[in-house]
Write a protein that binds this ligand. Sequence first.
Ligand code: MTE
Ligand code: MO
Length: 447
Amino acid sequence: MTRPSDPVPDAVPAQDDVVQEYGFPAPLWRAVARLRPPLPRWRSPLRGPWLTSVLGLVLLAGLPVVIVTGLLSYVAYGPQLGGAIPGDVGLLRLPVFDWPTRPSWLYRLNQGLHVGLGLVVVPVVLAKLWSVIPKLFAWPPVRSIAQLLERVTLLLLVGSILFEIATGVLNIQYDYAFGFSFYAAHYAGAWVFVGAFVAHVAIMLPRALRGARSRSLREDLRTPLAGTTPEPDDGSGLVAEEPSAPTISRRGALALVGGGMVLVGVLTLGQTLGDAVRGTAFLLPRGRTTAGADGGPNDFPVNKTFAASRIAPADVGTSWRLELTGDGTRALDLAALSALPQHTARLPIACVEGWSTVQTWTGVRLRDLAALAGVPEPASALVRSVEEGAQSALHPGQVLDPDSLLALRVNGADLSPDHGFPARVIVPALPAVKCTKWVRTIEFRSA
Ligand SMILES: Nc1nc2c(c(=O)[nH]1)N[C@H]1C(S)=C(S)[C@@H](COP(=O)(O)O)O[C@H]1N2
Ligand SMILES: [Mo]
């Protein structure tokens, strides 16, 4: 593909002013330029500053939402009440605040947006990478310090977004194939991405705006394959030097990307909305699996089944007691709990993996249990499960909300073993990962 007779350019092709101003000495890069290895030549007539700019601006609109909802999700989860992420992460520590309980669908919306939009932008990310791939093989690789920095930023940008997509997708497929903590790695990757994204936008935004204005979208939407011609070469390195004949029109390419977004969106929406539309989420495992598949009161998605929890059935049998710790310790059996005032609330289970389901829960208010434990105004509550190692910490607002329950029943029936029999936590707007099932103890702390 390379033609050794390629003339080596004598002048720096118009890149941008920064590159020219702080460029390496011309004889040096010209010497490097002569050593061009047999790199692939990219021939698609569709590549050009306009296409790259349009895709970039779409990502600029969508990715900040994915970033912000992602960070909020870490705040909402905050496994230790002190911080979103275990261990000392220095400056990357998120502000700690009591995640609100109202509106009850807040976390459902947050996580639906994070996972849903995160998946919907994947076709755009892939199209954008395709559109700029010639730059990866540009020769000479760098002409200036500024360009070197820019390319390192790009490496971090591309590497981190692919890492975030890969870990995120594996996580929602419950496939922990990687040998590290998803929770910590996705967080670290997010900050690499945020840094590189901000730098990239700062460097590229003027060019992207210029690029997007360089053609009329309306015109391209009217142009069939036969009339599809390359963009004018602006020296950006995106336009093919020797474009081949088009195999798809510009509007066809846009429809391909847009159609991909719609398809992914439809496949994903079902798991967030749940109920009747859940069946459309057929690529997402927890979108469709339910407890009973019998249409009964407990027939809604299960994260971890009772069998998978490895709880001995006897531990949630007649000998089960709820242990309340506050100014002392009390034990309540299921009959005693059922004899306390019961409250019913319609609340979502909203999983960090993006699926959610709204059900009608009945049980004892957590604030009544706090009062019973002698700590009516708790500073926090620690809930532990019969399941080995399963626990969660709640903020005061999450304990005191009138709809926060230790649920015994769902949709009018006793909880099934899969949904946490004899008792589970359900709190409005709380990430479902903290809605502990098979509860054994609740510790209300006053300070
Ligand atoms: N003890 C215990 N509680 C748990 C879990 C768990 O693995 N163990 N999973 C949590 C997660 S991640 C979710 S999404 C919800 C799911 O509740 P469901 O299975 O009743 O739908 O339970 C939460 N409570
Ligand atoms: Mo979950």
